[in-house]
Ligand binder design. Sequence first.
Ligand code: ZN
Length: 312
Amino acid sequence: MDVPIVHHPVYSIALPAPHHFPMGKFAALAALLRARGLLAERNLFLPEPVSPELLELAHASCWVRALLEGTVDPASQRRVGLPITPTLVQRALASAGGTLKAARLALDYGIACNTAGGSHHAGREAGAGFCLFNDVAVASLALLAEGRVQRILVVDLDVHQGDGTAAILANEPQVFTFSMHCRCNYPARKQQSDLDISLDPGTEDRSYLAILQNLLPHLLCGVRPQLVFYNAGVDPHIRDRLGRLNLSDRGIAERDRVVLETCLAAGIPVATVLGGGYDRDLAALAARHALVFEVAADLMRRRYSRRSSSDS
Ligand SMILES: [Zn+2]
């Protein structure tokens, strides 16, 4: 059994050059996953663009309308930091649809991964920090609205605080938001998640992993989620341009393993979203983002080989 992977070619669109957002990483990641045999037709799922009705579960209708009608004002464009074109909006709709699809697949198969998503700075009224729609908030509220699940945990390990997710879901008792991030980093004004762990700049693998390993089992016991959204941003890496933490490749892979293994051992499905990563070296960046897919594939193989050996 392969890990279901949600991907769409529109995830990588052309941006006016030069632009410091590494848009090419999504195509580079998909190519790498195919080359490593982790992504093939058999486990590729195409997302559908998320509908305005679902977007409005998490966002103000004026923000949704402004994006869909192309009437975003210049100040809001600056907060997003990307030129808001119809193609960028189409991409954001696919990406949010991808996170919802990954969540549904995770509920069916145990794990599923979106090759985009994790737009955690988008707030209810406006976007920010390269994020238009908050895909995890939209997907969470969509699944709650249809009654598919009653309790959700967001584990956001991107180096930046999941401020938009925290704000949108602040009054939603069925979703618990957990963000572990660098305290001296964007956004300057933090929001309050249900649990925030603010790390000192320069935090390395050993102390980072110790905190996570201690905390996660308690969190799962306390929240008892039926689904976890995992933002596996790779910007806590030591070489990341926007990071300020000092995790190694091995540390990132171990982090991903801790999250996925702990959740699966507790019988909780996990949908992973890509999150941030800003190394200028696209090949290194794609390889770093591929780590969570490798860990997921490994755990999925073991899960199903255990099942088939116990069946026989
Ligand atoms: Zn980030």
